[in-house]
Design a protein around this ligand. Structure first.
Ligand SMILES: Cc1cc2nc3c(=O)[nH]c(=O)nc-3n(C[C@H](O)[C@H](O)[C@H](O)COP(=O)(O)OP(=O)(O)OC[C@H]3O[C@@H](n4cnc5c(N)ncnc54)[C@H](O)[C@@H]3O)c2cc1C
Length: 398
């Protein structure tokens, strides 16, 4: 019989809000909560902010517009788009920069960005707002007292640390905190695709941001075309699945490199996290699905239009109830883990919507703390009013 001896965790200072995960959703949540006056700490296991958008090498900010030339996502969703290009070139259409709208349906409110420049700009925004950022901190388990999460345990180089708090925002990209708190969840499915950035040497002198980071795809493309034979789509919820996905991608890349001229270019960046699209999401009080397209909700915290060109005028409003379950009343879900399913999950998992839900979580958390109420009891009209004051469009204009 093995006898495991774990040291007692070091109890750290209490914060109003602990945000777990510093992807775009977690960064938005932390920023929004801090701006509303809450004390906030953000725990991130990597050494940069931005998650998939930065260390996962996704350098394309999907659209903020309704597909007909009008802005649909404002607030921090829009602020982060501009932060993503603050220190680098961009591909933002001039109409959006100069007029804030576009007359052409093809010119959407979207841009490429440099992952490195975006990560640094996010850090700047968060420290300026007074958020405490803890890198290299792997959140392990929520500490539960019945259905209340009293804080989050984490593992760091120093040892095991415990962060007590009033509200926890799970922005892990795979609902790890909710799942380990016992929340019902749905797993996603993912193709075997692996994207790195590659630069051809004949393009090095061009002042062109895209020449620096052409997508080199190993394995499947974005729609599953080219999926390696015999490789079943996976969720990415276990260590075995994560290792299989990353190592298969790296092996395919090695086989591609063997056929390439090593003097013709260079791999400029490899992904530092698994590139799964939909891993695991919470089952919340309301689950957004395709049948909710074009539907208005009294508790909507924002709206978005589908990022895909052929679906660009399809829009959804996002009810506040997708961000929590009443079974865990001091926890909120931000980003690609909100309660949405099928095509609605596919459409809502992208950067601008992840930021939008992150901001709503941050404001809701600050309101819950300020008014001494649980997450489900947050006054939705007050939440919507604050989001609107901060530049968000909480309901789709008719
Ligand atoms: C191949 C691919 C292509 C894509 N293309 C686009 C695109 O072109 N445009 C677009 O807008 N979107 C795109 N997306 C989707 C988009 O990038 C993501 O859905 C979005 O960035 C998710 O943000 P998030 O903050 O919710 O989650 P994540 O980016 O996953 O952030 C989660 C963060 O939490 C951290 N974390 C996780 N667990 C822990 C823990 N236990 N303790 C501490 N930290 C933890 C992670 O390190 C990470 O930083 C693409 C996705 C993929 C996979």
């Amino acid at each position: 019989m093995l006898n495991f001896n774990f040291p007692t965790p070091e109890v750290k200072q209490e914060y109003d809000v602990v945000v777990v995960g510093g992807g775009v959703a977690g960064a938005a949540a932390a920023l929004a909560a801090a701006r509303e006056g809450a004390s906030v700490i953000l725990l991130e296991k990597a050494a940069l902010l931005g998650g998939l958008a930065t260390i996962g090498l996704i350098n394309w900010y999907e659209p903020l517009c309704d597909g007909k030339g009008k802005k649909l996502i404002g607030g921090i969703g829009e602020e982060f788009l501009h932060a993503s290009i603050k220190y680098c070139q961009d591909t933002l259409p001039a109409d959006w920069r100069e007029k804030g709208e576009s007359d052409g349906e093809s010119k959407r409110y979207t841009t490429h960005f440099s992952p490195n420049a975006f990560a640094i700009a996010l850090f700047e925004l968060l420290i300026d707002a007074g958020v405490t950022v803890r890198y290299d901190t792997l959140a392990t388990y929520p500490q539960m007292d019945g259905d209340i999460c009293t804080g989050v345990l984490s593992e760091t180089k120093t040892g095991c640390e415990y962060y007590p708090c009033k509200i926890v925002i799970d922005a892990t990209g795979d609902a790890q905190v909710f799942y380990r708190a016992g929340c019902e969840c749905e797993d996603g499915t993912n193709w075997m695709s692996f994207v790195s950035h590659y630069r051809k040497f004949d393009e090095t002198l061009k002042p062109d941001m895209l020449a620096m980071r052409r997508w080199k795809v190993s394995g499947s493309g974005m729609t599953g075309k080219g999926q390696p034979e015999g490789f079943k789509p996976i969720a990415g919820v276990t260590s075995d699945e994560i290792n299989l996905h990353i190592q298969t991608g790296q092996k395919i890349l090695i086989s591609q490199l063997k056929t390439m001229d090593r003097n013709a270019g260079e791999l400029t960046q490899l992904p530092m996290m698994p590139q799964f699209r939909t891993i695991r999401r919470i089952v919340g009080d309301f689950t957004l699905e395709e049948s909710n397209m074009y539907q208005s909700f009294e508790d909507a915290i924002g709206a978005f239009a589908d990022f895909r060109p052929l679906r660009r005028t399809q829009w959804y409003e996002v009810p506040y109830r997708t961000l929590y379950t009443s079974k865990l009343p001091n926890m909120l879900a931000a980003g690609r883990i909100i309660s949405s399913t099928g095509e609605a999950w596919n459409a809502s998992r992208v950067i601008p919507v992840a930021v939008m839900t992150g901001e709503a979580c941050g404001v809701a958390a600050a309101l819950a703390v300020k008014n001494g109420v649980s997450v489900p009891d947050v006054d939705v009209s007050e939440l919507r009013a604050l989001l609107t004051k901060n530049g968000n469009i909480v309901s789709k204009p008719q």
